[in-house]
Design a protein around this ligand. Structure first.
Ligand SMILES: [Zn+2]
Length: 481
């Protein structure tokens, strides 16, 4: 959750023109296009706003400019140079990259941490550009997905309690369209071609897949979510790169890797989850930046996103959501606004929350899925008003009534200086003074991660391998959580 305020998401479903025919820019073939290029662009822009609101951008202008310059160069030589391309690094620790219709492309800082050179980055951006130029995203869009775009986390009530398990994912369905393996292969092909056109050493595209595979295995075998899940297996993709390299029938001497430039750009990047933006520890949520805390039952599923902190009971019959009320709104005003929603009845009274002034409302809401019952609290703290809502479908409310009151009653100021001063871990680039094994160097210089994680970040297969003096490596400084 971030201190800054974000506009609430609006449900805006674009009108669809079904059945129009258009020429695919990459294949030159006629295909049924569900939407026009204009609609494609509009949809992508809307999704991009949502992605930025959801994840936030990495606050590093030089890094953003660097990634944008590389992407822009690749896209300019693609089949659709006229699109409003944009490239940005989002503040998310999960390795991922995604393309939205019409040109917006995002990579996460978690993916940058795994990469080792500009050529690798160009391969990733090229792949995502390929999804856009081949109009994969357009082909996948259905009316239903368009409608889902509106289900952002900023909504006051998410009435579909049965879907709360993947509440986090709902608003982002569109961002993580599954393209299917053929589309992924085509995007790999196109990415390879775009990167080679810019004289990158595209042999390193194979290193990206190897890095993803190492990261996946390091996480206990499950494949990485989203980016990797719908893609062909990494060994398959590596073999395909090798085939493309052979088929290129040329020397790669003089092509660009750009390892030093890339590492210099990611030096200082936040690594892993940023605890300053709030974190859960066994049901206890702390927000060092906003200086508040609260507690949910330890077995509830929790999620801390940019706009909201969410928790859901194991049986998915109860949900809790904390958001910031936008603007200079008092708890009383916020409670009035809340109570004015259609189909909602509320009884509100002033209440103190561990010394903080606020309003507590009991409410019932009519939703298409039935009646929902719960509590909403509006609490003033540090010049901001927080909205805390706990709710259940009415038949389940009685079972959860006490839990809701406990959660809301636990909201209060955070005063523990150890937690207030917690810092995110950061990536740094270090030079080896003398030859040493990766594991020894990691233990000494990279206390923020395990030697195994150090090997993954630096694309080293064996942590006991010796690294030569003068080698540039990524280390992580800071305390392990
Ligand atoms: Zn892809």
């Amino acid at each position: 959750m971030r201190p800054r305020r974000t506009a609430p998401f609006l449900v805006a479903v674009a009108a669809l023109t079904l059945g129009a025919c258009a020429t695919n820019p990459v294949t030159g073939k006629q295909q049924v296009a569900l939407i026009s290029e204009q609609q494609e662009i509009a949809l992508g822009q809307q999704g991009a706003q949502q992605a930025v609101a959801q994840f936030g951008l990495v606050q590093d202008h030089e890094l953003q400019r660097y990634v944008s310059a590389i992407g822009t160069k690749l896209a300019a030589q693609s089949e659709r140079p006229q699109l409003p391309w944009s490239f940005a690094v989002v503040d998310d620790p999960t390795p991922n990259a995604f393309a939205l219709p019409g040109g917006p492309i995002f990579v996460t800082r978690g993916l940058l941490a795994l990469l080792n050179s500009e050529a690798e980055l160009a391969s990733v951006l090229g792949h995502e550009i390929g999804h856009v130029t081949a109009r994969h995203s357009v082909a996948q869009i259905s009316k239903q997905q368009l409608a889902q775009l509106g289900l952002g986390l900023g909504m006051i009530l998410a009435p579909q309690l049965q879907g709360l398990g993947d509440l986090a994912g709902q608003g982002l369905q569109l961002l993580f369209l599954k393209y299917g393996r053929d589309a992924e292969r085509q995007a790999d092909d196109l990415g390879f071609r775009y990167a080679l056109q810019q004289n990158y050493d595209v042999r390193e595209m194979a290193d990206v897949f190897a890095a993803l595979q190492r990261a996946t295995e390091g996480q206990g075998g499950g494949r990485l979510p989203n980016w990797a899940a719908s893609h062909p297996s990494e060994p398959e993709r590596i073999a395909a790169v090798q085939r493309r390299v052979a088929a290129a029938g040329r020397s790669f001497e003089g092509t660009r890797s750009g390892k030093d430039d890339f590492l210099r750009q990611i030096d200082g990047l936040t690594y892993g989850a940023d605890p300053r933006q709030g974190f859960f520890r066994e049901g206890q949520f702390h927000h060092p930046e906003l200086k508040f805390q609260f507690r949910v039952p330890g077995d509830w599923k929790t999620q801390n996103s940019t706009n909201a902190v969410i928790a859901v009971s194991p049986r998915q019959d109860a949900a809790f959501q904390l958001t910031l009320v936008p603007g200079e709104t008092s708890p009383e005003q916020a409670a009035q606004q809340f109570a004015r929603q259609q189909g909602l009845q509320a009884q509100a009274a002033r209440e103190e929350f561990n010394g903080l002034p606020g309003v507590l409302a009991a409410f019932q809401a009519q939703t298409p899925q039935g009646t929902v019952e719960g509590y909403a609290a509006f609490v003033r703290h540090g010049g901001r008003t927080y909205q805390l809502v706990g709710y259940s479908p009415q038949p389940e409310f009685a079972n959860n009534d006490r839990t809701f009151r406990q959660i809301l009653g636990s909201f209060g100021p955070l005063n523990d200086s150890r937690i207030l001063n917690v810092q995110a871990r950061r990536l740094h680039v270090a030079t080896l003074g003398s030859a040493t094994t990766a594991a020894d160097f990691a233990r000494r210089e990279s206390p923020g991660i395990t030697p195994e994680q150090f090997a993954v970040l630096n694309q080293i297969d064996d942590p006991n391998a010796r690294l030569p003096a003068g080698a540039l490596v990524k280390v992580v400084r800071g305390d392990r959580p």
